[in-house]
Design a protein around this ligand. Structure first.
Ligand code: IMP
Length: 455
């Protein structure tokens, strides 16, 4: 096996929202194929060019490049209704005939049925104040059906209409009966039926795209010398096995997910790009040791109706960390691309970053949103946790309030430049020394062109 048949990977190293869309779009010219290996419409990958912002949920972020093929891989959960809407949105920029050339779908990907979205909401409601804060896109229930061997797969769409319809109806019915038995009243049978009609239409729409046997198709691309980039969604700390369980998503967001989600052998993995933000954010519930404003921020961000205009005085240098967090959120525009929710904001967590590098076998780091930290008088990095009177730089299996983050302080900077002797360069050097990895690319704004390459 030579380097040519290897597949490079891009994964998020934090809790998602690291800016994967922009980086994949920027890396795409070097590749022939971009392949999503997990997740579904819970993702919101944002790309900006020509003063236009695009948010992708299911379709890989190589879509805006002609002559590149984008695979929706086996490990994904696809909502046909969301897929159709996304394609319709793209038709404003790319003709349908061209989209059909640029998108292929793996037959083993799983379908999100309308009832999965209802179940997602019902499960969250049942958890009360222990809710995960999911995107309510049906991700967990669709993966649950897969693991319990009941899922409807993309390949089922190709079967005769009656077989496909019966399979979908059976599963919908089983879930509806369970909801009725549990006395869950969070759904409207009429609306659900309407959505089911839409689902069948959208499933037919999916047939207009090439549906392929994912692992064989990718193997063929690699054998022909094509270069493949695997695009992760969410982030390492949301991984079902290695994230802050149970406050995680339902898939393997880490590099191992490339093998299980695309059918790629481990010895075929080449470069692993690990993307992290210069600070941290998290959307939804769950531990976040370096959160600015701690519990107060978590509760503030959980109140979806909250109006941040209520705190016009918040400044990025406010002595109150809660207000500083609000200012950081505004400056970094940290609002969910899929749900619009407020993202909780905090300092870079180095133990968590090192853990993510270890789990993924990162070879190259990429830092995003470095520009957002410009203007801070002091910038902090958590380099240790204090627990039971002792220090550790290991991510605890279960992060609790007993873990107190310890910080190293850095003088702030006015502007991000590639110069080697600025306070920003000190910040980079510290992260590189601690992780033992080069930061090869630095993103300094949302546009394609706002980037420094240091390779
Ligand atoms: P789910 O993936 O919708 O089940 O949500 C599970 C957890 O993952 C919640 O905390 C979500 O906020 C989070 N999550 C899911 N997708 C994303 C994403 O693309 N970016 C950031 N967080 C996400």
């Amino acid at each position: 096996m030579n380097e040519k048949n290897k597949i490079d990977v891009l994964v998020g190293l934090q809790w998602g929202d690291e800016g994967k869309g922009k980086i994949v779009d920027m890396l795409t010219p070097k590749y022939d194929v971009v392949a999503r290996f997990q997740g579904g419409p819970n993702a919101g990958h944002t790309l900006e060019f020509n003063n236009q912002k695009h948010v992708l949920h299911l379709i890989p972020s190589g879509i805006f490049h002609p002559d590149k093929v984008n695979l929706l891989g086996n490990g994904m959960v696809i909502d046909p209704i969301a897929f159709q809407k996304e394609v319709e949105g793209l038709r404003k920029y790319i003709p349908m005939e061209e989209l059909k050339k640029r998108i292929v779908i793996a037959s083993g990907a799983k379908l999100i049925l309308p009832v999965h979205r209802i179940l997602d909401g019902a499960n969250e409601e049942a958890k009360g104040d222990k809710k995960i804060g999911t995107t309510k896109k049906g991700i967990g229930p669709a993966y649950t059906d897969h693991v319990s061997r009941n899922a409807v797969l993309v390949q089922d769409i190709l079967k005769d209409t009656r077989t496909f319809t019966n399979k979908v109806n059976d599963i919908q019915e089983q879930h509806c009966i369970a909801l009725v038995l549990q006395n869950k009243k969070c759904w409207d049978a009429h609306a659900l039926l309407q959505e089911l009609f839409e689902f069948f239409d959208a499933a037919r729409f999916m047939q207009r795209f090439e549906i392929v046997n994912g692992p064989y198709w990718l193997d063929k691309q690699l054998r022909e010398g094509k270069k493949v980039l695997a695009e992760g969604a969410q982030g390492t700390l949301l991984d079902i096995n290695f994230g802050s369980y149970p406050f995680v998503t339902s898939s393997n967001t880490t590099c191992g997910g490339v093998c299980t989600g695309l059918g790629i052998a481990p010895n075929r993995i080449g470069k692993v790009y690990g993307l992290f933000k210069a600070y941290c954010t998290r959307v939804g519930s769950g531990p976040f040791p370096t959160e600015l404003g701690g519990k107060q921020s978590e509760e503030w961000c959980a109140t979806e109706t909250v109006k941040e205009d209520a705190t016009p005085c918040a400044s990025i240098n406010d002595p109150d960390p809660f207000l500083q967090g609000i200012a950081l959120r505004r400056k970094g525009y940290e609002f969910g691309a899929t749900t619009g929710r407020l993202r909780r904001c905090g300092w870079l967590d180095l133990p968590a970053l090192k853990y993510a590098c270890m789990i993924n076998g990162v070879t190259n780091l990429i830092m995003s949103k470095a520009d957002i930290l410009s203007g801070f008088e002091t910038v902090k990095i958590c380099n240790n946790y204090l627990i039971d009177g002792g220090f550790t730089d290991e991510m605890p299996m279960e992060i609790s309030e007993l873990f107190s983050p310890q910080y190293k302080k850095f003088p702030g900077w006015d502007m991000v430049t590639p110069a080697k002797t600025t306070p920003f360069a000190e910040y980079l050097k510290f992260i590189e020394n601690e992780t033992g990895l080069p930061i090869s690319i630095i993103s300094t704004g949302p546009d394609r062109n706002q980037i420094f390459i240091r390779e």
